[in-house]
Design a binder for this molecule. Structure first.
Ligand code: ADP
Ligand code: ADP
Ligand code: MG
Length: 442
């Protein structure tokens, strides 16, 4: 492996380019019309135009991305997150073209990218799952399964992601209406109408475990993150480690994640997501077979460069550390700064970032793909920066986050920064559940 095509954009493209340089690889940016004059394209060693601004014409266009790899002489492709990252057919084509996919093998993405299949894998591995069903197709089958699962429940799209494809059902008589709608929506949004049922776990925490597995039989975890601060099932603030998590729960949940990774022959970096119920029991919900948006907080508390490890693993090298080498140091928090208007139901608000002054100081890291003068494009997701703050204690991390968000200054687009400033003091007392933010916003 010598030259890596970065099949993504924004902060994660820049993050991957930096990791490539650090690890001694060349990085090639693949960019759309809208991203021609972007920071990550400038920092890459080479850049290839892959098509028009709509993602379907560029970042989601497998032919264009593969062609860009060939044209630029890349021998590997890093997909980042979103776009083609969890597309098994794409991973297969990359391998068939003789290139290295920086991620798990296509067969593993197939197993774990589909939530219903992943639930089966978890059960096989002895990992507790949320009480739920296999895929259901007819209303009759759904009603029968629902009687077992119990209400309230969720109808979940097997191919769903990004908080989409999940519909609550409060009572049996709603199922007949919700099921076909959920199936149609899943077909339209994900090209796969498969849905299944899962009991709605109320007042649960979202706890996820970072795992890494190489091609030499090593599979480790890098502890957990708490991503319970969500709106519409999308994460807004994440923390590592999970505050107040009992040591025995940490051991059990990280063991379960590694067991699952081993069971499915996992390779590269992945995240096993769980819900931790009020009674202290955790339940598997899904696995993300890629680098996660919130990976930096794990880097802060473990000292591991997760993207560099991804590249090492893909190149065939063993992990640079063993499980016993890892320990938690301090605490970290990530604030997702989105170009959305909290006063207008979080409507995405593209526009020109006329001013963009970033915070700094000890323990403060800002991951962004943008600089002042850039246009926040309407074609892509609205996240413009991640403020990642580390402290020796959780209190110090939260305090630095408050200072960082106060220093952040930008003009031209509305953002979630003001909301973060108001939220941070609320988080001081400790863990919250996944509906906490929505209740607080009401
Ligand atoms: P993370 O846990 O890494 O934050 P998210 O679920 O928030 O993961 O998704 C990260 C990115 O990937 C977002 O840009 C989201 O829109 C996108 N994404 C995740 N899953 C899918 C999917 N199945 N289809 C389309 N986009 C997805
Ligand atoms: P996605 O692929 O969109 O990330 P997930 O299955 O990871 O979907 O669920 C996203 C979020 O939806 C979770 O973090 C949680 O807040 C909520 N959720 C999912 N399943 C359940 C459940 N069974 N009970 C309660 N909340 C759930
Ligand atoms: Mg998820």
């Amino acid at each position: 492996m010598r030259r890596v095509l970065v099949a993504n954009r924004g902060e994660i493209a820049l993050r991957i380019i930096r990791a490539c340089h650090h690890a001694g690889f060349e990085a090639v940016a693949a960019y759309s019309d809208a991203d021609t004059a972007s920071r990550w394209v400038e920092l890459a060693d080479d850049a290839v135009h892959i098509g028009g601004s709509p993602a379907a014409k560029s970042y989601l266009n497998a032919d264009a991305v593969l062609d860009a790899a060939k044209r630029s002489g890349a021998d590997a492709i890093h997909p980042g997150y979103g776009f083609l990252a969890e597309n098994a057919a794409f991973a297969r084509r990359v391998a068939e073209a003789g290139l290295t996919f920086v991620g798990p093998p296509a067969e593993v993405i197939e197993k774990m990218g589909d939530k219903a299949t992943a639930r089966r894998m978890a059960q096989e591995a002895g990992v507790p799952v949320v009480p739920g069903s296999d895929p259901v197709t007819s209303v009759e089958a759904a009603e029968a399964a629902a009687a077992e699962v119990g209400f309230p429940l969720l109808v979940k799209a097997s191919a769903g992601g990004g908080g989409r494809g999940i519909r609550p059902v409060g009572a049996p008589d709603e199922l007949a209406a919700v099921l076909p709608t959920a199936q149609a929506e899943a077909s339209a949004a994900f090209g796969d109408g498969t849905v299944y049922l899962e009991r709605l776990i109320e007042r649960a925490r979202h706890i996820e475990v970072q795992v890494l597995a190489d091609h030499h039989g090593n599979a480790v975890h890098a502890f957990e993150r708490d991503c319970s601060v969500q709106r519409r099932r999308q994460k807004l603030i994440e923390e590592a480690p999970a505050p107040g998590l009992p040591a025995e729960v940490r051991t059990a949940i990280t063991d379960a994640a590694v067991r699952l990774a081993r069971h499915v022959g996992y390779r590269n970096a992945g995240t096993v997501e769980f819900l931790l119920a009020e009674d202290g029991q955790f339940h598997f919900i899904e696995m993300n077979t890629r680098i996660q948006v919130e990976h930096p907080i794990t880097e802060c508390v473990t000292g591991v460069d997760l993207v560099a490890e991804q590249l090492r693993i893909a190149s065939g090298a063993p992990l640079s550390f063993a499980q016993d080498d890892l320990a938690l140091t301090g605490a970290a928090v990530e604030l997702r700064i989105n170009a959305e208007d909290p006063d207008a139901d979080f409507r995405p608000a593209p526009g020109e970032l006329s001013v963009f002054d970033l915070p700094g100081g000890p323990g403060v890291r800002v991951d962004t793909g943008f600089t002042a003068g850039d246009r926040i494009s309407p074609f892509y997701d609205s996240m413009i920066a991640k403020l990642v703050c580390w402290g020796a204690t959780r209190e110090e991390a939260l305090s630095r986050a408050r200072q960082a968000v106060a220093e952040l200054r930008f003009e031209g687009v509305p953002s979630t920064a003001g909301l973060h400033a108001r939220l941070l003091p609320q988080l001081a007392p400790g863990p919250v559940h996944t509906r906490w933010l929505e209740e607080w916003l009401r």
